[in-house]
Ligand binder design. Sequence first.
Ligand code: GLN
Length: 248
Amino acid sequence: MKKIVAMILVAMLALAGLTAMAETLTMCTNVAFPPYEFYGEDSEPTGIDVEIAKAIAEKLGYELEIVDIEFAQCIPGVQSGKYDFSAAGMTVTEERQQMVQFTDTYATGIQVIIVPEDSEMASLDDFVDANGSVKVGVQMATTGDLYTTWDYEDEGKGTVDRYTTGAAAVQALLAGKVDCVVIDNEPAKNFVAQNEGLKILDTAYAVEDYAMAFAKDSPIYEDFNNALAELIEDGTVQGIIDTFIPAE
Ligand code: GLN
């Protein structure tokens, strides 16, 4: 009898330990991707991804911890279980689906091309036609990196310089080290607004869906995705998006 009581006690303690551990959800992201994630005036991370993740965590009764890492480390970090999930303006791609599982999509991204204001080029192919090759700046491991690598570097039509943040790629453009930067449209608008002498070309490069990424064996994936679906359904997600992307 005593033995059974002891076993039950041990089991209860173990359970309590587990619940205590599960109280915090760790989200990894690269906090240099406005308006999806950036440091607000209080120096705390905010933005569309951050606020949606907070709303989901609150709905499920978790604390949310945000860890600021390189975008390239987000998928490996989720896969290895170091972080519970990643919300990083991340595009759903077939390659990534081999490595992680994605939630429902909650936003659309467009890969656009930033060039100096006085550039006469209307597309990347124009650069290649005029100069024989193009120097593209991207954020490492993003879809902008993948697509331009396939379409230009692998085809011998140019070089791709990979930076750890989109902001660093834009600095390289301002310094004349690259001809253009390929990056998601909303961050692009932010970077162009913050820096003199840049514009976004009308020709979009690719249209994509954003979703949050989880390890394939994540125990919280289903609850999390259900909560996200409810917040999409009841308009909370659109409300958050509208706060950070005011209608033009
Ligand atoms: N949407 C792009 C991608 O998933 C860029 C995301 C980012 O830089 N945070 O690759």
